[in-house]
Design a protein around this ligand. Structure first.
Ligand SMILES: NC(=O)C1=CN([C@@H]2O[C@H](COP(=O)(O)OP(=O)(O)OC[C@H]3O[C@@H](n4cnc5c(N)ncnc54)[C@H](OP(=O)(O)O)[C@@H]3O)[C@@H](O)[C@H]2O)C=CC1
Ligand SMILES: O=C(O)[C@@H]1CCC=N1
Length: 266
């Protein structure tokens, strides 16, 4: 696959790492105005670094946009003359709806929105996908890319804002939970490195149980909570302090913020 990433910042770099590590490219163009930050990709076979977005578009079939929302419209306008019937446009831009992309480049283009997360760098992204009517004809290509770099789910665009919070911001939310677990483990006597090891592999094991067994989390919790035991004591104390409630409220706040992001960034 001939892929370009327009805007190789935090997410763009993560996607590039995932694509390269998983041998998912024939050629890969990475663009950015300042190329210093992406020198780590220099020298990889078939990977090209450039400040020229139009060159990247001309040389590629699949164009993944990973710029900040405030920059997207201008970039679309700029590359529009280069777009042909071969191009599949994949936008990871938060809060930038398909009708707005169509208004810039035309509804006849294959347009897909993807909401991956930074775990794409290690082939473990949960990525939600949606498309315009034309893009539906190419959604299999996007599924093939993102399934290779984790797990994908096609959803209606109306759910994309929620998917951004749950999956993309979700990595940050899970990191805080893992960090808090680590801090507790240190207080309970482990050194910092061991504490993080315990927290990381325990959270991986918990998620793997659900993925492998397909159970509801409470079923797995029931297997751990010995009557009058220490687990239920800890769980109930966490809930008295508002664990579930604060997570839910934080995610709703994150969701509500998305509608204002582009306006505030300008
Ligand atoms: N970070 C994440 O985990 C996720 C982010 N997203 C979305 O992805 C997008 C990018 O986010 P993120 O990676 O965090 O942001 P970053 O700011 O880290 O990356 C954006 C990159 O775009 C580059 N850029 C800006 N203008 C241009 C231009 N004209 N041509 C080419 N490149 C340009 C910038 O580099 P330079 O200034 O050198 O050009 C910068 O490195 C956002 O829309 C965000 O909502 C979605 C899911 C997850
Ligand atoms: O924080 C943000 O706005 C972006 C979108 C989801 C992850 N990062």
């Amino acid at each position: 696959m001939k892929i370009a990433i327009i805007g190789t910042g935090n997410l763009g770099k993560s996607i590039a790492k995932g694509l390269i590590t998983n041998n998912a490219i024939t050629s890969l163009y990475l663009t950015k105005r300042n190329l210093e930050d992406i020198q780590e990709f220099d020298g990889y076979k078939n990977v090209h670094l450039t400040t020229d977005n139009t060159e990247a578009v001309r040389q590629s079939d699949i164009i993944i946009f990973a710029v900040q929302p405030a920059h997207f419209e201008q970039i679309l306008n700029y590359i529009k003359p280069e777009l042909t019937e071969k191009h599949v446009l994949i936008s990871t831009i938060t809060g930038f709806l398909i009708p707005k992309i169509e208004a810039q480049v035309g509804a006849d283009k294959f347009i897909i929105r993807a909401m991956p997360n930074t775990a794409i760098a290690v082939g473990k992204s949960m990525t939600c996908l949606c498309s315009n009517v034309q893009g539906a004809k190419r959604i299999k290509i996007a599924e093939a890319i993102f399934n290779r770099l984790g797990h994908s789910l096609s959803i209606p665009e109306s759910q994309m804002q929620a998917a951004t919070v749950v999956c993309a911001s979700g990595v940050a939310f899970w990191m805080r939970l893992i960090r808090a677990t680590t801090q507790a483990a240190i207080q309970l006597g482990f050194d910092a490195k061991e504490a993080q090891e315990l927290a990381m592999y325990t959270s991986e094991g918990a998620a793997s149980l659900l993925i492998t067994n397909g159970n509801h989390p409470e079923e797995e919790i029931d297997r751990v909570t010995t009557p009058k035991g220490c687990t239920i004591e800890g769980l109930n104390e966490m809930e008295h302090k508002g664990l579930s409630s604060s997570l839910i409220q934080g995610m709703i706040a994150s969701f509500n913020k998305i509608s204002n992001i582009k306006e505030e960034q300008i």
